[in-house]
Design a protein around this ligand. Sequence first.
Ligand SMILES: Nc1ncnc2c1ncn2[C@@H]1O[C@H](COP(=O)(O)OP(=O)(O)O)[C@@H](O)[C@H]1O
Ligand SMILES: N[C@@H](CCOP(=O)(O)O)C(=O)O
Length: 322
Amino acid sequence: MSVYTCVDQSRMAQHVALFDLGKLESFSGIEGGVENTNYRVRTEHQSLVLTLFEHHNQHDVQEFVRLARFLSEEGFRVPAPISDRSGEWLHEVAGKPAILCPFIEGNHPDIITARHCWQVGSTLAELHLASRKLPGASANPRGFEWWKQMYSSLAEDLDRTDYALLSSEMNWQLKHRLQWRLLPQGWIHGDLFRDNVLFSGPAGSQQLSAILDWYNACKGVWIYDLAVVANDWCCNEQGEWDDTLYDALLAGYQRVRRLSGYEQQQWPLILRGAALRFWLSRLATRRYQQASGSSLVLSKDPDEYRNKLIHRRGYESLRIMA
Ligand SMILES: Nc1ncnc2c1ncn2[C@@H]1O[C@H](COP(=O)(O)OP(=O)(O)O)[C@@H](O)[C@H]1O
Ligand SMILES: N[C@@H](CCOP(=O)(O)O)C(=O)O
């Protein structure tokens, strides 16, 4: 469970009292999540999630919640923060920027099927196209510049073999920066892992009920967003593809937006970049968790993404289904 910041009963009640939600009934830390502190909050009138941002200031939060608010208004199943009586949706709780969103029913499926992947793919493409109407996406704070900073700070955290792998991939990515820049771009979710999507309904006919955690939303290459999904949803921890899931994801995405020949050509490069990004961020998270000494934290294994990167480096090209 990831609860980095503890909020006591009286502070929670004081916060809930700002909204038209009735009295606070109960609250508890949410299991899952890596980066922020989340509480499930029940009031007389509603079930909600309070998120405290651990690494971002109010300005950052205003920026990346813009997309979630826009998409929610466009009718996508995306939780957007609710406003208090004075119209304010961004607050400070325990010294952290805080938002309160409606709790959305659903679960993260234990077993991923082609049906899940197809729905995630098509919804992702719909999000990409819909968000073209929202101007002003800012650059990815976990993009190439951040990779470089992390790379130079990681020499002590990695053994020689892993550091050599990291150096080699950084050089490869540097050599191919221009290819990234020529790909179609726009708003991206940036972190569409299984634990950021909810499904509801009976097993076998589940429907996607929400896309959560918009806290990495930024400007980026669209197929990078798709590669993040492929690397998490469609392979095992060693990076070996499940062809059925992989084909369903790409078919779902391409039902809405067809990949160009150039995107197909660059796909292996982007899959590698997406694996590298999460290897780096998991190493960064591990370092942060060790330093903060928090007891209620969920750890995600950096080696999983090192393994996926190794696997992706084995591909010069990769089939993309129509
Ligand atoms: N609005 C919501 N409705 C239902 N569950 C939610 C909602 N927001 C978050 N959660 C639950 O909390 C978990 C962690 O939230 P998330 O935003 O992914 O945290 P983190 O940014 O720390 O990774 C999610 O996996 C989900 O189960
Ligand atoms: N989904 C990611 C965690 C989120 O990435 P971060 O850069 O915001 O820490 C994972 O599984 O590693």
